[in-house]
Design a protein around this ligand. Structure first.
Ligand code: HEC
Length: 368
């Protein structure tokens, strides 16, 4: 019975291999939980053959093997397509996968003049089964792409030694003579195909994030968010906090707790972001203004002294006249801190001598 409906290559076993697991003799330095990543790297431009030349393939596979031997990663298999490649790779603990991948891409780019797209796609496999599924998928790629017939062998396919040995042991009887002989890759292909051929729910059709789609018009399986979608907890229900308004009117009390820390944060932010124009006292004479930017009003005008605190929050959020908005640069929490600090600045400039403590009055008297 040929469940997969593909031609049986000459020399292939005529019954199903009784095979439960894909062999994994994994080096000891890999994580025990054995994470395997399905990695895809694309060339630039798409559609141009850069990888499927025998000298290029040999150099790429050498570099894969080199990395296996030097414990940089552990690649289980790799498959070159004309303008992209797939691989199943496990990464060691110490270094970031991103770094290892970009080092490799850079090496191949300089050495073989391969032009890559930026980044790469990766997908962590969770179960053995899905490893087999992926191996099958990768293996069948050239067939799906119409590059070879199902019975043909794809020359740009690489398998880690331990996997070859395993496969060899299992098929020892069927595969006498040279282990690297022509029949072996075919047998391995079969091993992958049969291993993946399980009619249960694991094999249901599904679209993985970031994969290509032949269904959606933009060819991406990742769907855009419907309008008005917010992330969990991101609904910004507290209108006063996020706008400085309730029912269209500016609030007069800050909606966060006023603490010395808040004021200190406000001072630090104000001096860093606003003072170049408004100056540190808020009189509107900062260095940018001295260099010719339109002058802002002093914060110590009665109009701004009497303005509700929500107004200051709103000006930072949306800008005001020629002053541009700071919403992208100042988080709401910091906007309140700055607004509170502006209020403190205003109070510090607007107090009657009689309101000072006797001690402060004495100090003032000394100065005059
Ligand atoms: C690049 C210069 C510049 C920076 C930086 C700047 N502002 Fe302004 N700001 C102005 C100018 C100019 C105006 C007057 C705008 C107008 O009336 O057209 C103004 C006006 C204001 C007003 C008065 C609004 C009113 O009702 O008249 C407030 C309050 C204010 N800015 C707060 C801030 C705060 C807080 C920051 C820092 C987060 C800040 N500004 C950063 C230039 C600046």
């Amino acid at each position: 019975m040929n469940q997969i409906g593909r031609a049986r290559p000459p020399g292939a076993p005529n019954r199903h291999p009784q095979r439960k697991k894909l062999p994994h003799e994994r080096p000891l330095w890999l994580r025990p939980e054995g994470e395997i990543f399905f990695v895809t790297v694309c060339c630039e431009p798409r559609g141009k053959n850069q990888l499927c030349y025998s000298n290029i393939a040999r150099a790429i596979f050498d570099s894969v093997e080199f990395r296996n031997q030097n414990a940089i990663w552990y690649a289980h298999l790799a498959c070159l397509m004309p303008d992209h490649l797939h691989a199943l790779i496990s990464f060691p603990y110490e270094r970031s996968m991103k770094q290892i991948m970009s080092d490799w891409k850079r090496f191949l780019a300089t050495r073989l003049k391969i032009e890559w797209q930026r980044d790469f796609f990766d997908h962590r496999l969770r179960k053995e089964e899905s490893c087999r599924e992926k191996a099958d998928y990768i293996r069948a790629n050239p067939v799906r792409a119409g590059l070879i017939a199902p019975s043909e062998e794809w020359p740009y396919f690489w398998l880690a030694d331990s996997q070859k040995e395993n496969a060899n042991r299992e098929y020892g009887v069927l595969c006498p003579g040279s282990p690297g002989g022509r029949a072996l890759p075919l047998l391995l292909a079969l091993a992958f195909l049969f291993a993946a051929c399980r009619p249960d729910m694991e094999n249901q059709p599904k679209a993985k994030p970031l994969s290509e789609s032949d269904f959606f018009s933009n060819q991406a399986n990742a769907r855009p968010l419907p309008p008005h979608t917010v992330e969990r907890g991101g609904a910004r229900e507290n209108a006063a906090f996020y706008t400085g308004l309730t029912n269209g009117t500016y609030i007069t009390q800050i909606p966060v707790q006023l603490t010395p820390e808040l004021l200190a944060r406000g001072q630090e932010r104000f001096n860093a972001i606003c003072a170049e124009c408004h100056d540190r006292t808020g009189s509107g004479n900062g260095m940018v203004i001295q260099r010719g930017f339109p002058q802002p009003p002093s914060f110590h005008l009665d109009r701004l002294r009497n303005a509700p605190i929500g107004h200051f929050f709103d000006v930072i959020t949306k800008g005001y006249g020629v002053m541009y908005p700071y919403a992208t640069r100042v988080e709401p929490e910091d906007r309140w801190a700055i607004a509170a600090y502006i209020r403190a600045l205003q109070l510090s400039h607007d107090i009657k001598a009689s309101e000072l403590t006797p001690d402060e009055q004495r100090k003032l008297g000394n100065k005059q």
